[in-house]
Design a protein around this ligand. Structure first.
Ligand code: SAM
Length: 251
């Protein structure tokens, strides 16, 4: 996979692309990330990339020309990328979107700054994406959030792909189960007995129950949806029935 990132602050990506799992994915060539300074595509001597908004008002707006020039340059050859523009009002980023994006060969992420980008940039954009209902100073953190979630899904990036299946939102949207590591007892807090038993079937069942319990508590609407769509197994429905009775008796 190749990802082109268009930004006016390329230095922000240095650490992100060097460290941890993302750093390894990049250095091993599993993912190619090309951080492009929009300023390099400005044509005036001061390399200006922003201007005042038409109609007046506060702040500056990213000009269309350098962004289009960068886009034309990067797409002159090869497959056209799927282009994302980071916007607070965009479609809310989630795991389902990350899975879809991880299957693309080429992505481009345009990071807004200041008051945002000139509306005409939308002509080259496939999807406007938001990482939540709050306003950041720029699209660089959203771009890193999107890349982090997408890159770890690229085959071969995680050492143990089994862990992807156990992640929250991956199995029909269900939330993940709690994890413990050594020591078995810490400050009086004990690891659940079943996890020390070495009994794989029982551990699997416990984890399933924990995952359903958490989803029922925090996303009951998802459980209802899965029930309506017949996407829960007999075993899961039985566990849920028991958990629901437990909740009722607890009031
Ligand atoms: N004027 C914009 C508005 O009315 O919402 C806010 C612009 S914001 C200060 C600058 C840039 O940061 C945006 O163009 C966008 O690229 C990025 N940004 C800010 N918050 C974001 C969010 N929640 N999700 C995605 N991008 C965001």
């Amino acid at each position: 996979m190749r990802i082109d990132v268009l930004t006016v602050l390329p230095g922000l990506f240095d650490c992100f692309l060097r460290e941890g799992i993302i750093g390894k994915a990049v250095s091993s060539g599993k993912v190619e990330v090309n951080v492009v300074n929009i300023r390099d595509f400005a044509t005036d001597k001061h390399r200006v990339v922003d201007d005042v908004p038409y109609g007046g008002g506060p702040g500056m707006v990213l000009k269309p020309e350098p962004i289009f020039r960068a886009y034309d340059h990067l797409t002159a050859e090869g497959e056209k990328p799927f282009v994302i523009l980071t916007e607070p009002w965009g479609e809310r980023f989630n795991q389902e979107m990350a899975v879809k994006l991880s299957k693309k060969n080429r992505l481009m992420i345009i990071c807004g700054r200041y008051e945002g980008v000139d509306e005409r940039v939308k002509a080259i954009v496939d999807r406007e994406v938001s990482i939540g209902d709050y306003v950041l100073t720029g699209g660089e953190l959203p771009a890193m959030v999107i890349m982090d979630a997408v890159i770890r899904l690229v085959p071969g990036v995680l050492g143990n792909e089994e862990s992807l299946r156990a992640d929250s939102f991956m199995d029909r949207g269900l939330l993940g189960y709690p994890n413990y590591t050594r020591p078995a007892e810490f400050r009086g807090m004990k690891v659940p007995e079943v996890l020390l038993s070495g009994h794989h079937k029982k551990i699997e069942l416990w984890r399933k129950e924990q995952s359903l319990r958490k989803t029922l508590e925090r996303k009951p609407e998802l459980i209802e949806k899965l029930k309506r769509e017949g996407k829960l197994t007999e075993e899961e429905l039985k566990i849920l029935e028991r958990l629901e009775k437990e909740r009722e008796s607890e009031g």
